[in-house]
Design a protein around this ligand. Sequence first.
Ligand code: SRM
Ligand code: SF4
Length: 504
Amino acid sequence: MSTHSVENIKQASARLRGTLLESLANQVTGALAEDDQTLIKYHGSYQQDDRDIRDERRKQKLEPDYSFMIRTRTPGGVVTPEQWLKLDAIATTYAERGLRITTRQAFQFHGVIKTRLKPTMQAINAALIDTLAACGDVNRNVVVAANPLLSPLHAEVHAQAAALSERLLPNTRAYYEIWLDEEKVAGSGEETEPVYGETYLPRKFKIAFAVPPTNDADVFANDLGFIAIVENVALVGYNVTVGGGMGATHGDPETYPRLADMIGFISPEQLFDVALAVITAQRDFGNRLVRKRARLKYTIDDRGIDWFKAEVERRAGFTLQAARDFSFDHNGDRFGWSEGHDGRWHLTLRIPAGRIVDNDDVKHLTGLREIAAVHEGEFRLTPNQNLVIAGVPAGQRGRIDALVREYGLDAHVGASGLRLNALACVALPTCGLAMAEAERYLPELLDKAEALLAKHGLFDAPIHLRISGCPNGCSRPYLGEIALVGKAPGRYNLMLGADHRGQR
Ligand code: SRM
Ligand code: SF4
């Protein structure tokens, strides 16, 4: 879709309402009207079709097998056991292929057909989780260092990130009217939108919070990043990074992955002002003519980082201090048990490609349901598609361990370093942009690679492999030591040389 039409659709949408209600009521097709396909993204959902049977359906003169992907807004990826049980019930009742943990600490449901969209949205909201702004030209799910409660600091950073996510929600009741049957009131469709304006941002916008020495948040891949600076065990502020992004188009040198630049240091109290300054600068100066060049990284490269920093300072009303020292040691997850600062324990489990399903081979959905039924702490999703069973009292560890073993959730035990650190985006069959397999190919690739690693004495080497089905880079491949970027079925660009800290 051209940039022009996306900008028009946003503007004419009456604050993201469009004709979504009519589209949902239309029983003739499993799809939405074209403009509504753009607008539903802001509500956290994408229209997709099953690409495995696309050709077959065309031959049979049937419309594609349409369904919807729904993505949650879960800043930092934290849910309670009660919420877990509800999400599990939604996945088994309304969706296909279980629960999917994303690279931005959200859950995705795939295969929700149009007539089930509204009940699914209602059930998600009944679990006190929403999907508003999980997609679209707005701020997306805010990523936060997952390592939970290892220090009181992590909780502090998480609270700030969650508050920022809330602050940056679009100001519209459309979501509540369309999905939750809220009554329309005077002014419906004309709400003021002070942060985004009536055409929202030129493109998606992503924020991450990292807590050194771990860069699991892959902060440099984000439009805006905050690196927590700790002195004498206290959070003194954040180094600010701007202009990261992974997306590119094969053969188009005008598009490229880019690491964020560090522009200075701020106090925790300055966080919202800086975030709003960066976002409104991108809103006003981002490229609205060429959508492929609309991310903040291109605004910065087109105008210069010094110009951008000055613009941010002008809008924020203060000068950024010089960036403070910090160091990252890795951007992966550390598996198994670790002890928190309060004596409770955290178990990080390896979830291959983030997919939690029950099938003939594994019963991970059932296993985690059993764990949720007895767990007293919380669940935390990691930006590496893994899962932390967090806040376990010492006396409960044995019980959790037994369930982990019973349901084969101990994939981290005895696995190669490559397997533990591999990421794969969803790709086929649901992703409309996939050029090659990723998630479905990963197991076969790892089996082959593991045999070779063992032969060459590299079985335990913590090598980061990331595979994406196209150059958009949803598994952040360009920050993996080995990247496979899909070009066509069975064909990938192989890229080497990133570090394991997300800084090259
Ligand atoms: Fe992504 C588009 C899946 C993280 C860059 N991404 C898509 C869509 C929605 C395809 C589409 O537009 O039709 C994919 C849906 C597949 C499906 O069937 O579920 C999709 N992206 C994902 C997820 C689920 C990958 C995963 O396996 O976990 C991640 C969901 C994150 C979330 O919870 O919000 C996901 N996507 C990312 C990341 C990684 C990150 O943010 O840390 C990136 C690279 C960082 C960046 O944004 O630069 C990423 N996704 C893209 C792009 C390229 C954007 C660009 O600037 O060019 C697209 C295509 C687009 O926006 O036009 C895209
Ligand atoms: Fe789809 Fe490409 Fe993202 Fe993979 S990298 S999920 S193929 S858009």
